[in-house]
Design a protein around this ligand. Structure first.
Ligand SMILES: Cc1ncc(COP(=O)(O)O)c(C=O)c1O
Length: 392
């Protein structure tokens, strides 16, 4: 062991002792309900492929066709030579799909947050941020160097109080996750929009887990609450329900124009890749063509949640297809996940720092790609493991 890295070895040993060391599993097949992981055929209840689009024949074909025509890489950042007609087409289609004034794409949802927050606020400004916001929002806030005031989770009254108490600022921003990725609960966006408009503050929602899930045909959280025109910025990702990789910001045209000038990942990191853009365009086509996949996702999720609750599991406050199975201590969650895997169900344990200490869980991700038989098999595995480990 080098003396330079001795402290890292110690940290890793500590993580292993506390059951917080993440053992990264390897997927050996395409994404889907049935996959091979570390040599074992398992049912997948763990990925964000909400609609089963990651390996959909139409997306594969669209990506292949685009690669044949345009090649693989964009070869530049968007502001130099990386803006291809396909990127603009996707942005137009996403804006129309989301009924927004305009849209801009980024390489990922993470990049979209890193681009947007520092473009809107900086030193001398203040951000009001939900205390459970995603890491990419937290990092975007840190990069901006604005003061961050955290308000109580999903609590518009606390937000209002914090706004009134904070008097020293130049510009202000309110930011929240749309669907909270570890709990599956939904931000009270109508009430947040009311507070934001009352005080004339820009409102930004990160709808990574609502994109393709919430709203008519998966149009997202703004559509879900019918708040078109009342939320300034809706960040989304195409790395989950859309089955590809990419980030999007939709909303007020002035803000989108500004992000083309000041969103640093847009200016200093190469554009979305061609197969991703083509696959996302196809995903928009599929979603605009039918609500069937979104409907199936929700009916699967309702079936699974109801059965888990009937078995006696604590599924937290979820309102979406994300189902946290609350277990408490991290070693128990890891043991649970390992036993599920042995029973043929892949669902990872999530512990600190992704969720608070003592709130470890298995996070189950439902998908339109699951059949009722898949759901029943998973439920039987949860029952067996839950009983063996004394959880139910
Ligand atoms: C709320 C939220 N924002 C952003 C991201 C990042 O999205 P992407 O995977 O496209 O970078 C995630 C993904 O985990 C997320 O849950």
């Amino acid at each position: 062991m080098s003396t330079k890295t001795a402290w890292i070895e110690q940290e890793i040993a500590g993580l292993k002792e506390q059951g917080l060391f993440t053992r990264i599993r390897t997927i050996e097949t395409a994404q889907g309900a049935h996959i091979k992981v570390d040599g074992k055929d398992v049912l997948n209840f763990c990925s964000n492929d909400y609609l089963g689009l990651a390996n959909h024949p139409r997306l594969r074909e669209a990506a292949q066709k685009a690669v044949n025509e345009y090649g693989v890489g964009p070869a530049a950042v968007r502001t130099i030579a990386g803006t291809m007609r396909l990127h603009l087409k996707l942005e137009e289609r996403l804006a129309a799909f989301k009924k927004a004034e305009a849209a801009i794409t980024f390489q990922s949802g993470f990049c979209a947050n890193l681009a947007t927050i520092p473009a809107l606020v900086g030193k001398g400004d203040v951000i009001f941020s939900d205390e459970l916001n995603h890491a990419s929002i937290i990092d975007g806030c840190r990069l901006s160097r604005a003061e961050v005031v955290r308000y109580a989770h999903n609590n518009p009254d606390d937000l209002r109080k914090k706004i009134v108490e904070t008097t020293d600022y130049n510009h202000r921003l309110i930011v929240t996750d749309g669907v909270f990725s570890m709990d599956g609960d939904i931000a009270p966006l109508p009430a947040l929009a009311e507070v934001a408009n009352e005080h004339g503050i820009i409102l930004m929602v990160d709808d990574a887990h609502g994109e393709g899930v919430l709203g008519t045909g998966g149009r997202g959280i703004v559509d879900h609450f019918d708040l078109h025109g009342q939320v300034d910025i809706e960040v989304g990702t195409m790395s989950k329900a859309f089955g590809a990789v990419g980030g999007v910001v939709a909303g007020d045209k002035t803000i989108i124009d500004w992000l083309r000038q000041r969103g640093r990942p847009f200016l200093f990191s190469s554009a979305m890749t061609i197969p991703d853009v083509a696959a996302c365009l196809e995903a928009v086509d599929i979603l605009e063509g039918s609500t069937e996949l979104v409907d199936r996702l929700w009916s699967n999720a309702e079936y699974f949640k109801r059965a888990m609750q009937a078995l006696g599991f604590d599924t937290g406050h979820t309102q979406t297809p994300i189902v946290p199975v609350m277990l408490g201590e991290a070693p128990l969650a890891q043991q649970f996940s390992k036993a599920l895997f042995e029973a043929g169900v892949f669902a990872m344990a999530i512990g600190y720092p992704t969720v608070p200490q003592g709130k470890a869980r298995i996070r189950v991700m439902n998908s339109a790609g699951h059949t009722r038989a898949d759901l029943d098999r998973a439920l039987a595995a949860f029952k067996q493991v839950g009983e063996t480990l004394g959880v139910i």
